[in-house]
Design a protein around this ligand. Structure first.
Ligand code: NAD
Ligand code: USQ
Length: 401
């Protein structure tokens, strides 16, 4: 039996946040979502939309109540800008756990231009810092669970297994003495978005040391899939499925492209190796993190939340084989290593009992249940990746003053 907790889910209307809120409510926790609905606003700005028809947050919550009798609270709140609102909510709710998903999470969007770079840094750093500063100032004692990213480690690996957050180094000193240090694994972000997640790590490190705030930072890989046990109970609970060039993650993009007969857009040679996790496992991992807060020892607990690694071109050929699509090698809009190796330790979640869903099991179901079923809703002009990493890749030259 799970101990019931009061859980505040910041960013609980998003792709990972919504199914997490439902799962925690299903487990008997008292859940409140705080979200400023910026993700829906960015869809409108980009002229993009979820492939799946997502209901409004009010309708989602009402449907969950109708089906289960359980209540999820909702506060429309910008945690990056409304410091007083965040403080009031925290004091009135007194959460045992705060799960922090509330950041701008698309690397291509963060590289689109001046405004998007500045917005991503302002939003993500202020959201994280406001939360930590409010906890420190009020003396509240929630366990903070943050969704970080595997991308903080960088992707120029040569096969060294990436540990869970910390690297033990030995530095030779005087008189043959060796000094041992546990340091944060050196960050090597590949986009402005990933850079904000690297900066978040320092904020967590400081507040854990200075205020003894208990923080679990989940370094998550690329999430694929759409539905979880809870979201598939009713169409009004359906999760979002991003496929556009900014927010669509690679595997979901390939599935949708195959469903509409678009060649699968492999960047460069497709030699990039990345870490992946199914959305159902995301939700399970977060429930495990909520149930297992770290000791109050001044150190952030960092877990790698991923289950498999794959090379992008292998994924493309796998999807092409299952769905009968063509593969196209397109110019890479990003600045990233053409090929990399990736080995990752995910020992903690496996030790806590996670039984991962593998690509081999889940891919066909996802193709039929979601990509093919909602293919008619896609907007063809949202498919290409138009955000580029360097000015040299942009057509035209110097912008107007
Ligand atoms: P998402 O964009 O679907 O959801 C984020 C939610 O946060 C949205 O509902 C948005 O409206 C809200 N939000 C953003 N800024 C806010 C603010 N200032 N105040 C209140 N709400 C705010 O993203 P997601 O895919 O659900 O990702 C959630 C978290 O998980 C992110 O922090 C992301 O970095 C991390 N993550 C995601 C993936 C992935 O593949 N989707 C992988 C690794 C890590
Ligand atoms: N890619 C293609 N074709 C496409 C789209 C992407 O080849 O059509 C390639 C990219 O060039 C990249 C790889 O696929 O090499 C992954 O791209 P992605 O968009 O799926 O993932 P990424 O930009 O890294 O971001 C996503 C989430 C982000 C999260 C991150 C986890 O949007 O929130 O932090 O995955 S990780 O990649 O482990 O850092």
């Amino acid at each position: 039996m799970t101990a019931t907790k009061k859980v505040l889910v910041i960013g609980g209307d998003g792709f990972c946040g919504w199914p997490t809120a439902l799962h925690l409510s299903e487990l008997g926790h008292e859940v409140v979502i705080a979200d400023n609905l910026s993700r829906r606003a960015i869809d409108a700005e980009l002229g993009a939309d979820s492939l799946t028809p997502i209901a409004s947050i009010e309708d989602r919550i009402a449907a969950w109540h109708e089906l289960t009798g359980k209540t999820i609270g909702f506060a429309r709140l910008d945690v990056a800008r409304d410091l007083a609102g965040l403080r009031t909510l925290m004091l009135s709710m007194q959460p045992d756990t705060v799960i922090h998903f509330g950041e701008q999470r698309a690397a291509p969007y963060s590289m689109k231009g001046l405004e998007q770079k500045v917005y991503t840094v302002d939003n993500n750093i202020s959201a994280t810092h406001n939360l930590l500063a409010v906890i420190a100032e009020t003396g509240l004692d929630p366990h903070v669970v943050h969704l970080g990213t595997m991308g903080v480690y960088g992707y120029d690996g040569d096969g060294l297994e990436i540990p869970e957050g910390y690297l033990t180094v030995f530095v030779p000193g005087d008189e043959n003495r060796m000094y041992k240090r546990d340091i944060l694994y050196p960050t090597n972000p590949g986009s402005v978005y990933h850079m904000t997640k690297s900066m978040d790590q320092l904020l967590f490190q400081f507040y854990a040391k200075n205020n003894m705030i208990r923080v679990t930072d989940l370094h998550q890989g690329i999430v694929w899939g759409t539905q979880t046990e809870e979201t598939r109970r009713d169409e009004r609970l359906i999760n979002r499925f991003d496929y556009d060039g900014d927010y669509g993650t690679v595997l979901n993009r390939f599935l949708m492209q195959a469903a509409v007969g678009h060649p699968l857009t492999v960047h460069g040679t497709g030699g990039q190796t990345r870490a992946f996790i199914h959305i159902q496992d995301t939700v399970r991992c977060i429930a495990l993190a909520v149930a297992n807060p770290p000791a109050r020892d001044g150190k952030v607990k960092i877990l790698n939340q991923m289950t498999e690694t794959h090379r992008v071109r292998d994924l493309a050929y796998l999807v092409a084989r299952i769905a009968g699509a063509e593969v196209a090698l397109v110019d890479n809009p990003r600045k990233e290593a053409a090929e990399n190796e990736l080995k990752v330790s995910n020992a903690t979640f496996l030790d806590l009992g996670l039984k991962p869903i593998t690509l081999a099991e889940g891919l066909l179901e996802e193709t039929v249940e979601i990509a093919a079923r909602y293919a008619h809703r896609h907007r063809a002009d949202s498919v290409p990746c138009v955000s580029v990493w360097t000015d040299a890749q942009k057509p035209g030259t110097v912008p107007a003053a």
